[in-house]
Design a protein around this ligand. Structure first.
Ligand code: F0G
Length: 372
């Protein structure tokens, strides 16, 4: 119903009725047959998904040996991250089940997506965030979408523990990735990659925090193979920040630290699933330092023209770290989970652009400033 209203108003404004009939209809309508929805499920959508798979020649050149590298730029979703894929499903099912309040713990992106989709569904969003460790853009989103925001003097892992308990004690639906509908929605990222490439990539590089997304991608690839949409499965390469790398060390990290606040997580909820994905795909978990993350973040922006957030750049940082292991001629997809605009502070702090200030407003002064 929401979709119809949007299509109508768009076509009235732009008089493009014929194009509207083939327009993207969001994840649930597009992948309905692969998702646990029925005719009774109200579809809560912002027309998420359908994000581009962009070649990254500058990264590929650093590897050589005819390796192709592409990035799945999920920062182009409606709230700027891959969380929208999970949230369209989680919120549609929450609405179907009649709940009136949703809650989540978040390093920022989940809270923005939950707030947007809940608002659209007429459901009240409550978000718990680690005080002082949320990128500015994400906080701005949650505020303007109208979430009830509670900043705790603790980290994400503690926030997740609290919201899990709250959803057991109160009539509140949990929309973190422990909600199975989240992963169902997120698996569509894998569907899109298979469609965009015509098959699976040889490697999938992905940043790992709570480990929901790596689990979801694997579900998607496996499901598509089982229906004959692809004939093999990728090697799943999960990258964590070195100060928050429990899946690499094998034990929880009590005080996770990294510049990539989105993946500042010490005790991932989908730990067991992530280990199973690694084993089944003959994949690996590796740690990348903050310096490696920032290096990849800068290369992506300055050489590829792609602005992602630091956590997302962990996938490319990881690929560069293990580049000598990539088989010649293979195709690698790196998932860029969030938009760079989410975290303007990190961008400004880590750029070497020199901004010249206080220049007189004349052509001569500007020409002089740029050395002409
Ligand atoms: N990249 C970004 C930009 C994220 O926001 C997250 C997680 C991840 C990667 C890791 O995904 O947790 O499924 O392994 N963000 C969560 C949040 C924790 O609250 O927004 P994961």
């Amino acid at each position: 119903m929401v979709l119809t209203q949007n299509s109508l108003s768009t076509s009235t404004h732009h008089q493009q009725t014929s194009e509207q009939t083939s327009a993207w209809r969001g994840l649930i309508e597009t992948y309905r047959e692969y998702l646990p929805v029925s005719d009774k499920t109200p579809v809560i959508t912002l027309l998420e998904g359908n994000t581009p798979l962009i070649p990254a020649p500058s990264i590929a050149n650093r590897i050589g040996r005819d390796v192709k590298v592409l990035v799945k730029y999920d920062g182009l979703n409606p709230t700027g991250s891959f969380k929208d894929r999970g949230m369209t499903m989680a919120m549609s099912k929450t609405k179907e089940q009649g709940a009136e309040v949703v809650i989540c713990a978040s390093t920022g992106n989940t809270s923005a997506a939950a707030a947007a989709y809940a608002t659209r569904a007429g459901i009240k969003p409550v978000v718990l965030i680690p005080d002082g460790y949320i990128a500015l853009g994400k906080l701005a989103q949650a505020m303007l979408y109208g979430a009830e925001i509670v900043a705790i003097k603790g980290n994400f892992d503690q926030a997740l523990q609290i919201v899990r308990e709250m959803s057991e004690h109160y009539p509140i639906t949990l929309v973190n990735s422990v909600n199975p509908y989240r992963l169902e929605g997120q698996k569509t990222g894998a569907f899109e990659i298979v469609e965009q490439l015509g098959n699976v990539p040889d490697w999938l590089c992905i940043p790992v925090g709570n480990a929901g997304n790596i689990t979801a991608y694997w579900m998607g690839f496996c499901q598509y193979r089982s229906v004959g949409k692809c004939d093999r499965l990728p090697r799943m390469m999960g990258f964590q920040a070195s100060g928050a790398a429990p899946l690499v060390s094998g034990h929880p990290v009590e005080h996770p630290e990294t510049i990539a606040t989105a993946i500042r997580i010490g005790n991932p909820a989908s730990w067991q699933q992530a280990i199973a994905v690694k084993q089944a795909s003959q994949g690996e978990f590796k740690a990348v330092t903050d310096a490696e993350i920032i290096n990849a973040y800068r290369i992506l922006a300055a050489e590829e023209g792609i602005f992602c957030e630091p956590a997302s750049a962990a996938s490319v940082a990881g690929l560069l770290q293990v580049k000598d292991q990539v088989p010649a001629g293979s195709t690698v997809v790196c998932v860029l989970t969030g938009n760079g605009l989410k975290d303007p502070d990190t961008a400004i702090t880590n750029s070497d652009s020199q901004m010249q200030k206080g220049i007189e407003p004349t052509m001569q002064a500007v020409a002089g400033a740029i050395g002409l």
